[in-house]
Design a protein around this ligand. Structure first.
Ligand code: GTP
Ligand code: MG
Length: 212
């Protein structure tokens, strides 16, 4: 909420600045039209107004290019929770939304539909999507769930990639690392633009002294 208020205030300030520049440029052009023939008008009035309007044009285009950021702040970033079956995705979604919105069970393949929940993450709105665990060789209903999960991954602003830390060598974990985690890293090698956050869940199941 604080961020939205700041954003509104910032935009207000920007718009006032733009309006002022435009009014001033307009006044100068009008003065030129009315008194251009007279000698009592400053030199270069028209040129100055022209360059001010060009600068304004650049500022407006830059702002419009950046509008997606503002939109994310208003409607919320689309955060997609994905990972192999049974990794604990729905448990994490319930924890973040502070509600038991998604069914959690020890049976792999529990979540099949995409479940969307609006949440407040430290004051920022976000739309959290729980998805079906990515795995092969399943029935048609779960297969459709996996297809929908992959579709959501394409549209995500941020992917929370959940893996079972005690099961990283399994075929489904390795497949997820190869097909989702590694490509996301390659597409944005710059740390600040990365849209995937790796969550190693079930750390309580790791042997206390680390692997043998
Ligand atoms: N030991 C342990 N178990 C966990 C943890 N997080 C979740 N679980 C258990 O793991 C099982 C699967 O959890 P879910 O949250 O349903 O997993 P999921 O990834 O949504 O599973 P699918 O929807 O089937 O893909 C449940 O029995 C959870 O209680 C954890 O941190 N530690
Ligand atoms: Mg689930």
């Amino acid at each position: 909420r604080q961020a939205l208020r700041q954003l509104d205030g910032e935009l207000d300030h920007l718009c006032h600045g733009w309006a002022k520049t435009l009014t001033k440029a307009l006044a100068h052009v009008e003065a030129y039209i009315d008194f251009g023939e007279d000698d009592n008008l400053e030199e270069g009035v028209l040129e100055r107004a022209d360059s001010q309007v060009r600068e304004l044009e650049l500022a407006l285009s830059a702002h419009l290019r950046d509008a997606r950021r503002g939109q994310r702040l208003r409607s919320g970033a689309h955060v997609v929770v994905a990972g192999p079956a049974n990794a604990g995705k729905s448990s994490l979604v319930n924890l973040l939304s502070r509600k038991p919105v998604s069914i959690v069970s020890p049976e792999p393949g529990t979540t099949r539909d995409v479940l969307e929940i609006p949440v407040d993450l430290a004051g920022f709105p976000a739309l959290l999507s729980d998805t079906a665990g990515l795995r092969e060789g399943v029935g048609p209903v779960e297969q459709e769930g996996v297809r929908r999960a992959r579709e959501r991954l394409e549209q995500a602003d941020l992917i929370l990639a959940v893996l079972d830390a005690s099961d990283l060598a399994s075929p489904s974990s390795r497949n997820f690392l190869d097909t989702v985690v590694a490509p996301a890293g390659a597409e944005s090698p710059n740390e600040s633009s990365q849209r995937l956050l790796l969550v190693l869940n079930k750390s309580d199941l790791l042997p206390p002294g680390g692997p043998d």
